[in-house]
Design a protein around this ligand. Structure first.
Ligand code: SAM
Ligand code: SF4
Length: 334
């Protein structure tokens, strides 16, 4: 007898979950100060999902009504086989949007392959336009390589490209106007992100570095006209348009604004944990489920449906105290 499953995932607060973010690796060629410690121990291979397991779970979620998947990491493009995985996920019937977040370091060669794999939009991290500051923030990154990657992505013609900039006081807060001007010239979008207290990072005091979206907006208003857009994403972004440009400016403010009531997303960590909320530890170990002997696709589906019962109502973040969340962003998928 075949079981009939619902075609959408609804949590106990009535929120429809149709967006899955997947971290496909915890590894990265950069060591951004807000994301990683300088010395990182990465997970052994058997603790992370294989590419086949990631594909199986992506397919299952799409069968349960997920229409948008974001591939992230770590740096997704450093995982061997990432491009084939993207191609396979991009071909899933029912998936409307495959998108990706990358640091841009590999985009010069990867951009055309991603476009062919049906990736619709990409987010590229860029916190500064100053090569020295770029090196200081990323510890290992090369600004020119990322700028070349951004140009390559523009040339292949994704539906949308968005820059993500994490703004830290006294490191890059004075560059917000220049970053917006860069986005305007490239005819792409940009979002500013407040730092989130995920994992313990060294040599960097989060409370001192906190620079709010409200302050960024005040700084930008001196140079640009920002008109608030009515567009809602179900996520922590507020969007503004700049008249006579193609650029939208987003503000991702987990501290200042409450967006949880419209949350439509869950995350699959690199270890195969289904994380129901970025700011809480509520999760299900899907790796254990899919690796159990004789597991059926019905069992996996039922576990995912049941997990909606523990999706928390809202997140808890506090930059002034030690992180309540000990995961690093690279495991979770930002
Ligand atoms: N490596 C890719 C990249 O940098 O775009 C994808 C993964 S990265 C974890 C995803 C996003 O999370 C990046 O835009 C990064 O700037 C952001 N991020 C990392 N750690 C963060 C933190 N503690 N608070 C806020 N944003 C963070
Ligand atoms: Fe790597 Fe992205 Fe984290 Fe920077 S933010 S260390 S690029 S995973």
């Amino acid at each position: 007898m075949t079981t009939t499953f619902p075609t959408s995932l609804i949590d106990r607060f009535g929120r429809k979950v149709d967006y899955l973010r997947i971290s496909i690796t915890d590894r990265c060629d950069f060591r951004c100060v807000y994301c990683m410690a300088e010395e990182m121990t990465f997970l052994p291979r058997d603790q992370i999902l294989s590419l086949e397991e990631i594909y199986l779970l992506a397919k299952t979620f799409v069968e349960l009504g997920v229409t948008k998947i974001r591939i992230t990491g770590g740096e997704p493009l450093v995982r061997k086989g990432a491009l084939d995985l993207l191609q396979n996920i991009g071909a899933l019937a029912g998936l409307q949007e495959l998108v990706m977040t990358t640091n841009g370091s590999q985009l010069l060669t990867a951009a055309p392959i991603l476009k062919a794999a049906n990736v619709k939009r990409i987010n590229i991290s860029l916190d500064t336009l100053d090569p020295q500051k770029f090196k200081a923030i990323t510890r290992t990154g090369d600004l020119q390589q990322v700028l070349n990657g951004i140009d390559a992505a523009i040339n292949v013609g994704f539906d949308r490209i968005k820059l993500n900039a994490v703004i830290l006081k006294n490191r890059n807060h004075d560059e917000v106007g220049d970053l917006v001007q860069f986005a305007i010239e490239k005819e792409i979008d940009i979002s500013f992100i407040e730092e989130m207290p995920l994992g313990i990072v060294d040599k960097h005091d989060r409370a001192d570095a906190y620079y709010s979206s409200d302050l960024i907006r005040v700084d930008l208003a001196k140079r640009f006209t920002l008109i608030q857009s009515t567009q809602k994403t179900g996520g922590p972004s507020d969007y503004y348009v700049i008249p006579n440009t193609k650029t939208r400016v987003g503000f991702i403010s987990p501290h200042s604004h409450n967006f949880c009531s419209t949350c439509n997303r869950v995350r699959l960590t690199v270890e195969g944990r289904l994380l129901l909320c970025l700011g809480n530890e509520h999760s299900i170990d899907l790796k254990e489920i899919i690796r159990a002997p004789n597991v059926t696709s019905d069992t996996i589906k039922q576990v995912i449906i049941d997990s909606m019962e523990i999706k928390p109502e809202k997140h808890e973040f506090n930059v002034k105290e030690q992180p309540v969340i000990l995961r690093y962003m690279n495991m979770t998928g930002g």
